[in-house]
Design a protein around this ligand. Structure first.
Ligand SMILES: NC(=O)c1ccc[n+]([C@@H]2O[C@H](COP(=O)([O-])OP(=O)(O)OC[C@H]3O[C@@H](n4cnc5c(N)ncnc54)[C@H](O)[C@@H]3O)[C@@H](O)[C@H]2O)c1
Length: 366
């Protein structure tokens, strides 16, 4: 079993992230050292519950943990206050008390929402993450950020609530649809670009049958999860470091918003990384050969499918409205070398507009 220790911020303690194909059937024994009193509350979305609920519940039942399954609709629309309130009342009705653990079984939506609920219910319940999407395994389930959306925008209500344990079973990914796999892959590539050139080479070698080779996939998830874990752990001490996780996301968010979220997150981030590699050549001295190799790798994963026709003005407007906007320019994460990230606070909007034009011409075949 692969394992990563994560520090608990502000405390002289840590928690474990464990990873191995098949772990979902061993959740009961993995929880037994915590001596949680039954019942344990499992929150999942309906799709994941249908596909994977039984094996998880069987394991918890066999360990005497009397699991209660509570479900939400699948997808981003469930990350609302109304759903939190409904779940909180169901927790009460099903006998939850101050020591009842909440287990999030699902992608980033379930993790963010269940984590938020766990952080506020009776001033905080123990929380366990069991991520079932690639994106949640390498990103959302690590770092303790929880959130729900408001009609005005995404993730506007949130807390930090660290899990007691993160359990990653790559076998969950067997049922993950292709678009969701690509969403996660964009984050895996990002991790390699900012911190780990060896991960990029592993990805290049594994690409032809990445999702068939579960041992290879486990190694790749491990490396990417370790990067997120390192960055959030160091951020405690180095303040701003976490911002390097935004590589490819500045323009990516702009593209997503301008497309009114028709462009899937992974593809938006992929195009954002292509642009950030180009900006890195002109502003951070990234070797043009390395930049080309990086752009080719992203394309080879089929992440740069044609872009929908987008108004460049709308993308730039979304960039300026971004909460991280600056007066003279926008902050960008750039790479002086593959595997090394720096933050440039004020990249001129005219240069970004130029790169965006090039990207939109290329992306729409225009
Ligand atoms: N907390 C953080 O640090 C953090 C970081 C990144 C993203 N996020 C959040 O994560 C969310 C996105 O997460 P996501 O991409 O995992 O989306 P998601 O949770 O909506 O899952 C995507 C889809 O995949 C389905 N699914 C999940 N696991 C499956 C499986 N094993 N087999 C088949 N289908 C499965 C779900 O039912 C859903 O329809 C966003 O809300 C985002 O804000 C949070």
């Amino acid at each position: 079993m692969r394992e990563i220790q994560l520090p608990l911020p502000g405390r002289d303690a840590s928690y474990r992230l464990v990873m191995e194909p098949g772990l979902r059937g061993r959740l009961g024994p993995l929880l037994s050292p915590f001596q949680f009193p039954p019942p344990v509350m499992v929150i999942s979305d309906r799709r994941v519950a249908r596909l994977h609920g039984a094996v998880v519940l069987d394991s918890l039942n066999a360990a005497g943990l009397a699991p209660v399954l509570l479900t939400i609709p699948a997808g981003e629309r469930a990350k609302t206050w109304a759903v939190v309130q409904r779940l909180a009342r169901e927790l009460l009705a099903r006998g939850a008390h101050r020591r009842s653990p909440v287990i999030a079984l699902g992608g980033g939506v379930v993790g963010d929402l269940a984590g938020f609920l766990a952080s506020i219910f009776m001033r905080g319940l123990p929380f366990i993450q069991v991520p079932t999407t690639l994106l949640a395994m390498v990103d959302a389930a690590i770092g303790g950020k929880t959130a729900i959306n408001l009609p005005e925008g995404k993730n506007l209500l949130g807390t930090f609530h660290q899990p007691r344990l993160v359990v990653i079973d790559p076998e969950f990914l067997r049922t993950l649809p292709r678009t969701e796999r690509l969403n996660g892959l964009a984050e895996v590539l990002k991790a390699g670009f900012i911190r780990d050139p060896k991960l990029l080479r592993c990805l290049e070698a594994a690409r032809p049958k990445l999702f068939q080779d579960e041992a290879g996939l486990t190694e790749i998830i491990y490396r990417a999860a370790a990067i997120k874990a390192q960055v959030v752990a160091q951020d405690e001490r180095e303040g701003d470091l976490r911002r390097i996780l935004n590589f490819g996301h500045t323009l990516g968010h702009g593209l997503e918003q301008a497309s009114r979220f028709r462009l899937p997150h992974g593809r938006a981030v992929a195009w954002g990384m292509v642009a950030a590699l180009t900006l890195s050549e002109s502003l951070a001295g990234l070797d043009p050969g390395e930049a080309d190799w990086g752009r080719r790798l992203i394309r080879d994963f089929d992440l740069c499918r044609p872009l929908p026709r987008l108004d460049p003005g709308a993308v730039m407007a979304a960039l300026r409205l971004d909460k991280k906007r600056q007066e003279r320019g926008v902050p960008f994460v750039l790479l002086p070398r593959l595997g090394e990230a720096v933050i440039r606070e004020e990249v001129s909007l005219s240069l970004v507009a130029e790169v965006l034009d090039q990207l939109l011409r290329e992306g729409t075949g225009g």
